[in-house]
Write a protein that binds this ligand. Structure first.
Ligand SMILES: [Mg+2]
Length: 155
């Protein structure tokens, strides 16, 4: 079964925590994690980006990182409920694919992915990397320390 990948943005594709200032005045300084661009352009699975937050800011990050055209579609949900709806919409559109979600937060995309029956990969980066799972719904199928380990997980 071919795979379908749903990515989170902040602290999943680039380091956000401790880098971006509260007033967003230094957004231009953001850089993709090592291996991200190579992965996005060489991995020929369907890829989606779902990033919660202010659409204007999140869109600016995507443009600055130069990854806008590397996804089938990019979603900018404003709330967690809306984020779950985005996941549902994607998997419903591709029922014959095995859906995976890759993110840095166990209480968000990992939990939602688990609850929807997706394969979940936790990238331990950023301010949420030390969060402990409250129950099984927050335990990812895979944990990686570096983005580049994703290739091995997806084999
Ligand atoms: Mg994140």
């Amino acid at each position: 079964m071919s795979k379908l990948l749903i990515f989170d943005l902040d602290d999943t594709l680039f380091l956000c925590s401790g880098v971006i200032k509260e007033d967003y005045s230094n957004l231009e300084e953001i850089k993709l994690f090592s291996g991200v661009k190579e992965f996005l352009i060489t991995n020929n699975t369907k890829k989606f980006l779902v990033t919660k937050g202010d659409k204007e800011i999140q869109e600016k990050k995507v443009n600055l990182l130069g990854i806008k055209d590397d996804f089938e579609k990019i979603f900018f949900p404003l709330t967690d409920a809306h984020k779950i709806t985005c996941f549902k919409k994607i998997i419903k559109q591709y029922p014959n694919n095995e859906s995976w979600v890759i993110g840095n937060k166990i209480t968000s995309e990992i939990k939602f992915g688990n609850e929807l029956g997706l394969k979940t990969v936790l990238l331990k980066k950023g301010k949420y990397k030390t969060l402990k799972a409250k129950d099984d719904s927050e335990v990812p199928d895979y944990e990686i320390e570096e983005f580049t380990e994703l290739n091995e997980v997806l084999k």
